[in-house]
Ligand binder design. Structure first.
Ligand code: DX5
Ligand code: ZN
Length: 221
């Protein structure tokens, strides 16, 4: 069943010179998850942050740390991210041959496991993982950068996955990531998403706006 909408600010759009303060600010502003985009300059054409930064940020918030790994290979780094304080660890099947093994390893480490699908990846890629994963992330932009335009074809993918999740007897978060703003958020929610990642739209206007930005994305007013 679709759960209440939760907002996951992507700290990719935060001020990297004061990341701890930014995490505290979005926490206080009502963020549900803290979304951490990890990029390796290989699986995606950008380099961001590693486990040391996750560890440094951990004391700044008790919210769920939702760590989105856009790295290949991924398996050698899972334990470091788990130890750094990740609560959910999400990996891309496109980044390696053994997604099932990766998901099992995340669970062995005691963390919630997510699988993320690029825009061109068919939703059936998760068919044989549905019994294991806690979160499915639909990329509504090509991974690598914040501030891109929402790819509308992903609404259909959200609808397909919402139906599949609803046939199960346990909850799986259906998260959408990329180009989420006050126009696309209601469409993504209507299509079945219950966790919205938002970088640009959360951090727009500076800290004084974060609470209002998050409330609008959630559809609170
Ligand atoms: C893209 C990342 C996203 C991104 C979202 O590869 O996974 O989390 O930061 O940024 P916006 O909300 O600006 O599209
Ligand atoms: Zn992300």
């Amino acid at each position: 069943m679709q759960q209440p909408t939760r907002i996951a600010p992507s700290i990719l759009s935060a001020d990297f010179a004061k990341l701890g303060e930014e995490v505290r600010a979005v926490d206080a502003a009502g963020a549900d998850y803290i979304h951490v985009d990890v990029m390796d300059g290989h699986f995606v054409p950008n380099l961001t942050i590693g486990p040391a930064v996750v560890k440094a940020l951990r004391p700044h918030s008790k919210k769920v740390f939702d760590v989105h790994l856009m790295i290949s290979p991924v398996d050698p780094y899972l334990e470091e991210f788990a130890n750094a304080g990740a609560d959910i660890i999400t990996a891309h099947p496109e980044a390696g041959a053994h997604t099932h093994r990766t998901i099992q390893e995340i669970k062995r480490l005691g963390k919630k496991a997510g699988v993320s699908l690029n825009p061109a990846t068919h939703p059936s890629a998760v068919d044989y993982l549905l019994g294991d994963v806690d979160l499915i992330l639909v990329m509504s932009v090509n991974p690598g950068f914040g501030g891109q335009k929402f790819i509308r074809s992903q609404l259909e993918k959200l609808r397909v996955l919402r139906q599949r999740i609803d046939q199960l007897d346990r909850p799986i978060d259906l998260e959408v990531d990329g180009g989420i703003n006050i126009d696309t958020a209601p469409e993504a929610i209507a299509a079945g998403a219950d966790v919205l990642v938002a970088g640009t739209a959360t951090f727009a206007g500076g800290a004084g706006q974060y609470a209002a930005n998050i409330a609008k994305l959630r559809g609170d007013d």
